[in-house]
Design a protein around this ligand. Structure first.
Ligand SMILES: [Zn+2]
Length: 281
């Protein structure tokens, strides 16, 4: 079985973050990266026990510089993300399952540690067909587009709650409990790693039971930005201006619609990479 692990840096136990005025800043980066790789390795051990034979770990945070490949447990392979001409999806139809390690809640969740939606300095909310969505939901739809179930999400309590609301049968492992965006009680990292290993093995062992989240046939993707000038640039690129801060784009193909947030014109992303629901990258 071939498994994709998408990672983020806000969610592991022991990551210490602050506000830089609006957005988030991790203040113990070397420790945070060590905490992340240990949680990934716990997941890799569990997935191997559950029957995985190929694992691709994507370094999903910021500039894709959080994971030292030499610290990853074999046979996990490391994917790093960079440049303008990359697909906006990191799973395809050749994968059997997707796992999210180190995740956080969407922007605006009061008890979401370091909460944000992709960009803590610009985005104040995202919706698909009126339903609020963050990185967990977008990632689950991306995998669902290729028929791949998301079987495990780890992160703070608010991230786990968000994952369960979006994917009722997903397994979760809670790493910490936030009292506010920057105040948190961390579970002991060793307890978290043990739980991640167990849960990853268990989840993969019952892979056939996971449902792939259905994607609506008609999609409206709405984003609210923190300043009107950011919304201006999306209006210029063809998005509908709903109010000074909010823009929307519509379509029937989730990956095509979502890629427009990253600057791709309608139709171009999927044509460039040959992406269809059965795409194998
Ligand atoms: Zn993130």
């Amino acid at each position: 079985m071939k498994i994709a692990i998408m990672t983020d840096l806000e969610g592991p136990a022991g990551v210490n973050g602050r506000s830089d005025g609006i957005g988030n800043r991790i203040v113990n980066t070397p420790t945070a990266c060590q905490m992340l790789v240990e949680e990934i390795n716990a997941c890799v051990r569990g997935l191997l026990r559950g029957g995985a034979d190929e694992i691709v770990v994507w370094d999903g945070h910021g500039g894709s510089d959080s994971i030292d490949a030499s610290k990853l447990l074999p046979p996990a392979q490391l994917g790093t993300i960079g440049g303008g001409l990359v697909p906006c999806v990191f799973v395809d139809a050749s994968f059997d399952a997707k796992v999210c390690i180190g995740f956080h809640a969407m922007e605006g969740v009061a008890d979401g540690y370091l909460n944000h939606s992709f960009d803590s300095h610009h985005v104040c909310g995202m919706w698909i067909n009126g339903e609020p969505i963050g990185e967990i939901g977008i990632g689950a739809y991306e995998a669902a587009y290729f028929g791949v179930p998301t079987i495990l999400v780890t992160g703070d309590r608010a991230a786990c709650r968000e994952a369960k609301a979006f994917l009722p049968d997903v397994e979760t492992v809670c790493t910490k409990r936030a009292l506010s965006r920057y105040t948190v009680v961390n579970r002991h990292p060793e307890d978290v790693r043990r739980k991640i290993e167990e849960t990853a093995a268990h989840a993969l062992g019952k892979l056939g039971e996971f449902k792939v989240r259905a994607i609506p046939a008609e999609l409206e993707f709405k984003v609210r930005y923190m300043c009107p000038n950011i919304a201006d640039s999306y209006e210029k690129a063809g998005w509908e201006r709903l109010d000074p801060l909010t823009v929307a784009t519509r379509g029937t193909d989730f990956i095509d619609v979502y890629s427009r947030r990253l600057g791709w014109a309608a139709g171009v992303h999927n044509r460039r990479f040959g992406i269809t629901p059965g795409w194998r990258g």
